[in-house]
Ligand binder design. Structure first.
Ligand SMILES: Nc1ncnc2c1ncn2[C@@H]1O[C@H](COP(=O)(O)OP(=O)(O)OP(=O)(O)O)[C@@H](O)[C@H]1O
Ligand SMILES: [Mg+2]
Length: 479
């Protein structure tokens, strides 16, 4: 493949044949969006083209013939991925006419136009990042302008030598990605956050906001989401910690997961949600739906950005308020970011115990400070003490998770909110990660340890019939 050759230091092969091959054997991830079925699901421009679609078999056959012909002729016609869309479409149209003439077939103009568009999308794919997206060992692709592409593999960030030919090429690819999911990006709305049909999360931002060229960040969807056993195996937490968390979720404690960007918050939220009994009614609320809950009785809600006229935006706060009328047992909020903070605290305090959420913060204290700020900024004229009291009674546990320099993700503390003393929220750590150094391979050396404090919530768990081993919290105990 194009990228593999380049990574190996072999001379780059022309881009077009490589992406064309990819089109012939679409990978199960992003490319599937241009398949006829998925395209039909894409809003806006699709219905007209779908209406006059010829039967699937003859269409596929026709496409592959045109495709073969084009690949053969590409070089002689001096075409490659950097050629303008009109030139490529013209070549596709020419190839199509030739195949139709050879086969003595007739197609209406509308059908021909549609086939040209389909072939164009199939062949151009996602350009040079296509192989990265097809590679299962790559978990994130970060394009920082046309000449700088990074990936995350096994938790580590590496620079690749993949490049786009210029800024316009990169913007064409971004445009293709976002328009497939019914979003748009241009100078008047230069940022876009979207979830692809395969579940991957995409953010794109283009000039003038991105100074050195458009930036594209794709968090690839994991086909097999990490389970608690893998997290224990990777050293993100220990068995006793996992048992404790399982008990807390079963006992309907409200849990907040705090961490920096890419630290594994959503993954941990997904793992915690797996401990929820399957007879409960769950509502998930996210900006770009990523959670993959195992239970059946789940309703997934996702925010919506404003349309071209600037209308129709639905934010998380509205979704949280609406979800309260949907009789949920628990609400799972992907990330608390703003106005929904107060509604979420109220939900946690009023019959939706066992709710879970993440928040972007570097320490557990910081998480509470951010939450407080968000409630204040939502414009409710509440005294600080009242907000803190709400937080103290709503949130039972805060988990802090970190991405370390070695690429590993670790829960660095499990902290209980025990109440208020004066105006100050009181926290106590139940488990922490104690760092001891770094080994010769650059891996962090350390261990998760109980602090020896028996959490207040242990009684609550016992009363709910969830007994925990007595030595679970003892220093040198089960841990
Ligand atoms: N415990 C873990 N061990 C190894 N890899 C992990 C772990 N948790 C998450 N990852 C990987 O790290 C990446 C980021 O994970 P995740 O999306 O959960 O982070 P996040 O904190 O929610 O990020 P963001 O701040 O962007 O929302 C993913 O590729 C995920 O597969
Ligand atoms: Mg996340």
């Amino acid at each position: 493949m194009f990228l593999r050759n380049r990574l190996k230091g072999e001379p780059p092969v022309p881009a077009m044949p490589a992406t064309s091959n990819a089109a012939a054997a679409p990978h199960p991830g992003m490319r599937q969006e241009s398949s006829p079925e998925n395209r039909a699901a894409t809003p806006s421009k699709m219905p007209v083209r779908q209406a006059s679609r010829p039967p699937m078999d003859s269409q596929t056959e026709l496409k592959s013939k045109v495709h073969r012909l084009l690949v053969e002729n590409m070089r002689s016609q001096n075409l490659d991925e950097t050629s303008s869309p009109d030139t490529i479409k013209e070549a596709i149209r020419h190839g199509l006419e030739q195949v139709l003439a050879d086969e003595n077939r007739l197609l209406s103009r509308v059908e021909r136009d549609r086939l040209v568009e389909d072939l164009y999308d199939d062949m151009l794919g996602l350009g040079p990042i296509e192989p990265l997206l097809a590679d299962d060992s790559v978990s994130e692709v970060m394009v920082n302008g046309p000449h700088s592409v990074y990936i995350e593999r096994n938790g580590r960030i590496e620079k690749t030598d993949v490049t786009f030919s210029d800024g316009a090429h990169l913007i064409r690819v971004i445009d293709r990605i976002v328009s497939r999911v019914g979003r748009r990006i241009d100078e008047s709305s230069p940022m876009c956050d979207a979830r692809l049909q395969n579940g991957s999360r995409v953010n794109a931002i283009i000039p003038p906001l991105a100074i050195d060229g458009a930036a594209l960040t794709i968090r690839k969807f994991r086909k097999d989401p990490l389970k608690v056993d893998s997290l224990v195996e990777y050293g993100s937490l220990t068995d006793p910690m996992a048992s404790f968390l399982k008990g807390c979720v079963e006992a309907r404690l409200n849990v907040l997961i705090s961490g920096g960007t890419g630290s594994g918050k959503t993954t941990l939220l997904n793992v915690l949600s797996s401990f929820i009994p399957s007879n409960e009614r769950l509502i998930t609320i996210e900006d770009a739906a990523e959670l993959q809950l195992q239970q059946d009785h789940v309703i997934r809600l996702e925010t919506r950005p404003a349309n071209v006229e600037g209308a129709g935006r639905v934010d998380q706060a509205e979704l949280v308020r609406n979800s309260l009328r949907m009789r949920p047992d628990r609400i799972i909020l992907g990330e608390i970011r703003g106005g929904e903070a107060l509604a979420m605290l109220q939900a946690m305090n009023t019959g939706h115990e066992g709710s879970l959420a993440t928040i972007h913060a570097n320490t557990t204290r910081d998480a509470l400070a951010r939450l407080e700020t968000m409630v204040l900024m939502a414009g409710m004229d509440l005294p600080l003490r009242a907000i803190r009291e709400q937080m103290a009674s709503a949130i039972n546990l805060i988990l802090q998770i970190e991405r370390s320099t070695d690429g590993g993700r670790r829960v660095t503390s499990i902290t209980e909110v025990v109440g208020m003393e004066g105006d100050i929220l009181q926290l106590q750590d139940i488990y922490t990660y104690v760092r001891e150094g770094v080994d010769e391979n650059g891996r962090l050396v350390g261990a998760h340890r109980p602090t020896g404090i028996r959490p207040k919530c242990a009684d609550q768990l016992r009363l709910k019939g969830i007994p925990l081993p007595v030595d679970l919290f003892q220093i040198g105990g089960w841990a």
